[in-house]
Design a protein around this ligand. Structure first.
Ligand SMILES: Nc1ncnc2c1ncn2[C@@H]1O[C@H](COP(=O)(O)OP(=O)(O)O)[C@@H](O)[C@H]1O
Ligand SMILES: N[C@@H](CC(=O)OP(=O)(O)O)C(=O)O
Length: 448
């Protein structure tokens, strides 16, 4: 039995949904179908999720979100027309969106999440209606009814473990299950969304819950490529990579698969197969526990912008008991999470996502580090890109770091920081954002 998840690009129009129907019905093993909200039809288009977020924000600040909601209804209306689905489905979608738009706003985050989640929820209803119209037994299933329970205790949405056993009961549903991605329900019955692109996470949770043999993730590319195809044209496709490699690469910028979506499938030992809705005959990319390391040290190179570093130096830092704890405590006081901490004898660098530094919090953090920790020097660097060079083969190959540094030096890219941290399958380079693309291209040409 397989779980097949289709992303927004695979569901952006009626024509796309017809392809999805063909794919699902071509294999009787595809019983569980997870869907995103309609995505972009072309590069200038707006995703339904973004329209819903903007409508909710307008309403929350006292403006009128109605016109944007009508845009959303029109998107579904066009799809319904292409698929020849009855007007009743669109009337129900309009009523649902109107009710959500005018719902209680006393908890703005809950209000926003409910509107955001409606993108996938209404799409799942519409797609189930299309399958039925085509004479295929299919049902929309609500995540609350199915028992996908989540919490946001640590500030982000996480599935509760009891969900998995409950989801197993979906085997009792006759025919194809059409399940909306991107959200679950709290024990109190409130909607909570995962982070952006989180339908991948739902697919993985469902695969674990129903004990699927395979989690198929359908998107709009023939494979996961060794680098972002928007940075290097026609890059090499990856046939197979391990969960660890994919986790590192998706964390570091491979937006093709959500970095939180691997753990549920990994824990249940379920392989993930990334495929192209527009070209299902392509081989795609399989994510598995182990693979042959015959392709050289590096499997992929990912990068992401928007980081800053705080460099702290103090003579004899290594002897000072509690220095690290006090430093991190200061960050905690400002609600700031760190990404990496490369360190030396007398110095340490904290790498953070810089959008966390709201208002004058950066200034206050620096002042406290100087005053409370008596640091000799504190230097903040903004606008850094982190480049992650990933490959299980790096453990067995000597000189990979040297090759990478030389490639960057030859391309005249200044390395701000290197971290080969505890992960044995990746190394990270910090460079200025304006050098990011050049660095990726230089590294790609060195290793592929
Ligand atoms: N290394 C990579 N390999 C393949 N695609 C990548 C990679 N890095 C970034 N992408 C981008 O990810 C896109 C697919 O992800 P996304 O737009 O979220 O798909 P979906 O709509 O199916 O959820 C591709 O079109 C591509 O532009
Ligand atoms: N629709 C949501 C969730 C999602 O997974 O979308 P997509 O499959 O288009 O990345 C978003 O845009 O974030």
């Amino acid at each position: 039995m397989k779980v097949a998840k289709f992303g927004g690009s695979s569901l952006a129009s009626g024509e796309q949904i017809k392809k999805v129907f063909e794919i699902v019905t071509a294999d009787p093993e595809r019983k569980f179908v997870v869907v995103s909200a309609p995505g972009k039809r072309n590069s200038d288009d707006i995703k339904v999720t973004d329209l819903l977020i903007e409508a909710a924000k307008q309403q929350l600040r006292g403006d009128n979100g109605e016109p944007l909601i009508e845009d959303v209804v029109a998107r579904y209306g066009n799809i319904a027309k292409e698929l020849d689905i009855s007007e009743e489905v669109i009337t129900a979608i309009r009523e649902n969106l109107q009710a959500l738009l005018h719902a209680d706003q006393s908890e703005p985050k809950r209000y926003l999440d409910a509107l955001k989640a409606s993108g996938e929820d209404n799409n799942a209803k519409l797609i189930a209606a299309y399958f039925q119209r085509c004479g295929v037994e299919a049902q929309y299933i609500n995540p609350n009814k199915a028992g996908l329970i989540v919490s946001d205790e640590d500030g982000f949405t996480q599935v509760l473990p009891e969900s998995y056993d409950r989801l197993y009961n979906l085997h009792d549903v006759p025919g194809i299950v059409v399940f909306p991605g991107f959200f679950g329900y709290t024990l109190d019955g409130d909607v909570l969304t995962f982070s952006r692109s989180g339908s991948d996470i739902t697919g993985s949770i469902l695969a674990n819950g129903v004990k699927a043999d395979l989690y198929e993730n359908f998107t709009d590319v023939d494979a996961v490529y060794a680098v972002n195809p928007n940075v290097v044209p026609n890059p090499k496709g990856i046939r197979e990579l391990t969960y660890r490699e994919m986790r590192e690469l998706s964390y570091a910028g491979f937006s093709v698969f959500h970095d939180e979506a691997l753990i549920p499938a990994f824990r249940a030992g379920i392989p993930v197969h990334i495929q192209n809705t527009n070209n299902p005959a392509a081989q795609g990319t399989r994510i598995v526990s182990t693979r042959d390391n015959t392709n050289g040290p590096v499997i992929g190179i990912a990068s992401d912008k928007g980081f800053c570093s705080i460099y702290v130096s103090k003579y004899l830092m290594n002897r000072e008991v509690g220095f690290g704890r006090k430093l991190l405590h200061i960050l905690e006081d400002y609600g700031v999470a760190y990404e990496h901490i490369p360190s030396g004898i007398d110095d340490v660098t904290l790498i953070l996502r810089q959008d966390q530094m709201k208002g004058d919090s950066e200034k206050k953090i620096i002042t406290r580090i100087m005053q409370e920790l008596h640091a000799d020097e504190v230097i903040v660097e903004h606008n850094l890109a982190l480049i992650m060079v990933v490959g299980e083969g790096m453990r067995h190959n000597v000189g990979t770091t040297a090759r990478a540094s030389k490639a960057l030096a030859d391309a005249k890219v200044n390395i701000e920081m290197i971290n080969q941290g505890s992960s044995e399958v990746s190394m990270m380079f910090g460079v200025k954002e304006h050098s990011e693309e050049m660095a990726i291209q230089a590294l790609y040409h060195e290793f592929f």
